[in-house]
Design a protein around this ligand. Structure first.
Ligand SMILES: Nc1ncnc2c1ncn2[C@@H]1O[C@H](COP(=O)(O)OP(=O)(O)OP(=O)(O)O)[C@@H](O)[C@H]1O
Ligand SMILES: [Mg+2]
Length: 359
């Protein structure tokens, strides 16, 4: 049973007062949670009374039972959307980001290239270099930062400052971390409607009490969609780094990633390219390099796109293992850990130079 399947089922529920369109198409499905074999669907209703609310809730429940059988526990919840104007003093602005010097997006055109791995290790490496660092996991669909940092059991606390509730980020390895994953139950899958996802994200970043930071890295979700553009605009990302693998076929994806920041409506610099899985080094032969995805792919891409190649990270078993174990390699002194520290140094220099240039 997957969320996609459940969304398919929910398309059978129609709203008689809205041209008989289905609740998925109408954007009423706010979340589908599957946990421990139970299914919870959350539907959003506008704050104005919808006379058909009871009918829709009942029809949704009936549809779930019809498809899943009585053996699966199902629940249909309702939330009010289009929520009333925020209480005075409870609106979050860029206030918490005023004490952050550089906000940098870690992006890619394509998923699975190692964005989160690079972002987490870069954050740890920047902290090792003495910078004050925070990282926001902007992947609201598949947050991976809690696992990669071994903080999945942490729950950020709230703190009231001047009548507003702020979130205190989780701190570990000298870095402040925040992720939607800290607010969801373990193993619970998250489905959001597009606008809800970007709102949750914006709120998460703006409501976190970051304190003074040199760098705030944003681990962007895969792709180049609306979430990305609103993130850049509303959070005020200064620029981005793009992560890629060396294959020539990845060039088109990298170009998509770079072009997103070069859009007129976005207009932010790309500080550079990071080539991940640049070569393979077997654990037992640390000084051997196998260029299984081709050699110098990243350097060539960087040249074509007119951006610097900030660094190359090898494909080593240890990087994956330490990601799974929540102990980023950038903490250690093995060659792969050192590669991240060098990368962090180059990124910091590039960003600082660029900022001075723009002044
Ligand atoms: N240099 C590397 N060496 C070994 N394993 C790596 C390396 N980089 C990433 N991985 C592994 O590849 C997998 C995908 O990495 P990661 O989750 O960082 O990618 P991502 O781009 O953030 O993915 P998504 O698009 O889903 O957010 C993980 O299991 C990670 O441990
Ligand atoms: Mg990721």
């Amino acid at each position: 049973m997957s969320q996609e399947e459940i969304l398919e089922f929910l398309k059978e529920v129609h709203h008689p007062a809205k041209d008989d369109r289905d609740i998925v198409e109408l954007g009423m499905v706010q979340a589908v949670d599957i946990a421990d074999g139970a299914v919870t669907v959350t539907l959003g209703f506008p704050k104005q009374r919808d006379p058909l609310k009871k009918y829709i809730l009942g029809a949704t429940q009936a549809t779930l039972i019809r498809h899943l059988g009585k053996g699966v526990k199902t629940e249909v919840k309702e939330v009010e959307i289009d929520s009333p104007a925020p209480k005075k003093g409870n609106e979050f602005t860029k206030e918490t980001l005023l004490s952050v010097k550089h906000i940098i997006g870690v992006a890619s055109g394509k998923g699975g290239v190692g964005k989160s791995t690079v972002a987490v290790n870069l954050a740890v490496a920047l902290a090792r270099l003495g910078y004050k660092v925070g990282l926001a996991d902007a992947d609201v669909y598949g947050p991976s930062v809690p696992v990669m940092t071994g903080t999945e059991d942490e729950r950020p606390t709230a703190e009231e400052i001047n009548g507003k509730d702020y979130i205190t980020p989780v701190e570990k390895f000298g870095v402040k971390w925040i992720s939607i994953g800290y607010f969801a139950d373990k193993g619970q899958a998250l489905v959001w409607r597009g606008p809800m996802a970007s709102n949750a994200l914006k709120q998460l970043v703006l409501q976190t009490n970051w304190g003074p930071l040199d760098f705030l890295l944003i681990d962007m979700p895969p792709g180049t969609g609306d979430i990305h553009i609103s993130l850049v605009q509303e959070i005020g990302i200064e620029g981005a780094v793009i992560v890629t693998t060396p294959q020539t076929v990845a060039l088109a994806d990298v170009e998509k990633g770079v072009n997103m920041f070069r859009l007129e409506s976005v207009g932010k610099p790309v500080f550079g390219l990071i080539e991940n899985m640049a070569w393979f080094t077997p654990e037992e032969h640390p000084d051997e390099k196998y260029f299984i995805f081709g050699k110098d792919g990243g350097a060539k891409m960087a040249e074509v796109l007119g951006i610097p190649l900030l660094g190359r990270i090898p494909l080593v078993q240890g990087i994956r293992e330490s990601g799974d174990a929540g102990e980023p390699v950038a903490l250690g002194s093995r060659p792969d850990g050192v590669a991240f520290v060098e990368l962090a140094g180059r990124l910091a220099d590039t960003v600082k130079c660029k900022t001075l240039e723009d002044r």
